[in-house]
Design a protein around this ligand. Structure first.
Ligand SMILES: [Fe+2]
Length: 346
């Protein structure tokens, strides 16, 4: 522990004055933080270790899928040892929030560093890193001019050319929820119908599978989070180099509202036994040191201004992001599910 020596000396002095051997200030005890995480990236271990090195607070991690964590925290109720929940996508954060799992946090540092549209207005969750939902296409199969906007995915010219995963995927739910925020539910439903009519195949697999299917010629354009394409571009494996050979990226809606961005995010749990440590942890995660780890280790965009993205990401240049508040996108999730269902997105 880094802080312990000074604090122990102070505690010893206080104990001597008070003459009470049982007196131990909280700061002299071995502090810990219980993290419930649905992220499964190697860099997360680095982030936890960095926090412990800085504060002396030990981190215990419980990993599971986001829905399982939500169920677990609900079941544990007031006796939950959990301090924070980390997950990806506003859809998952919104679910946890709407179940009443988070408590509001006030932190001048977090308000200063994290753009307002990437955190809950009430401080119940905070964005830690960003990913954009973009198009990856085959330059030999389609002209980039035909795929400049999300709306283009529904254009008749793209019949049989679009690869996108299932509507059960939270990234697509949030993309649809963001469309609802931008153009309303009726027009969004028309868009989903057009998109479904243009699918190259029934949805299957993850984001990387859609990119691989484009490379294999099953379609011409896929919809993906940026880090999936970045991983393939950065890969040294010959088979990955072969996949990306003819592929390129488009950031949709650059002349309109901007590309849909989503977040990895975190909230302090309602009954957090170590609330102070939890807030310190979030503040650490947006520090320049931790933001660099997010950027370099997992190809995500930092939320903190001034931290450079990974060179592969930086090579795509800057782009305009949809400035809609993710809080309002999250609230559209139930409607997005209905719209996708009605429009036949499997
Ligand atoms: Fe992902």
């Amino acid at each position: 522990m880094i802080v312990s020596r000074r604090h122990l000396l102070a505690a010893a002095a206080l104990t001597a004055i008070a003459g009470a051997a049982a007196f131990t200030p909280a700061s002299a005890q071995s502090q810990e933080l219980n993290v419930y995480s649905s992220r499964h990236y190697d860099i997360d271990k680095q982030l936890y270790e960095g926090f412990t090195a800085k504060t002396g607070i030990k981190v215990k991690v419980i990993s599971a899928a986001a829905e399982q964590l939500v169920e677990r925290i609900k079941r544990e109720g007031a006796s939950s040892p959990g301090d924070v929940m980390i997950t990806v996508d506003i859809g998952n954060l919104w679910r946890a929030q709407s179940e009443g799992l988070f408590q509001p946090v006030k932190s001048a540092e977090l308000e200063k560093v994290i753009p307002a549209n990437l955190r809950d207005p009430n401080g119940e969750w905070f964005g830690l890193s960003m990913r954009a939902r973009v198009f990856v296409y085959d330059k030999t199969k389609i002209d980039a001019k035909a795929i400049q906007n999300y709306a283009d995915l529904a254009a008749p010219a793209l019949k049989g050319k679009v690869l996108i995963r299932s509507s059960t995927n939270v990234y697509n739910q949030s993309l649809t929820a963001a469309m609802i925020a931008a153009i309303g539910p009726a027009k969004t439903e028309e868009w989903v119908k057009g998109l479904v009519a243009n699918m190259a195949r029934a949805p299957k697999g993850g984001d990387t599978d859609q990119i691989k299917a484009v490379a294999a010629g099953e379609g011409a354009v896929s919809v993906n989070n940026t880090y999936y394409f970045a991983r393939l571009l950065a890969s040294t494996k010959p088979e990955d180099k072969e996949v990306v050979k003819n592929l390129a990226i488009v950031f949709p809606d650059q002349k309109g509202r901007g590309t849909h961005v989503n977040i990895s995010g975190i909230g302090v749990l309602k009954g957090a036994p170590n609330k102070d440590a939890a807030v310190k942890f979030i503040e650490y995660l947006v520090s320049p040191e931790a933001q660099k780890i997010f950027a370099e280790g997992n190809y995500e965009y930092p939320v903190r201004a001034g931290v450079k993205p990974h060179p592969v990401i930086a090579s795509w240049g800057e782009f305009k992001t949809d400035q809609v508040s993710l809080a309002s996108v999250g609230k559209n999730t139930p409607e997005a599910l209905k719209v996708m269902d009605r429009a036949g997105w499997k």
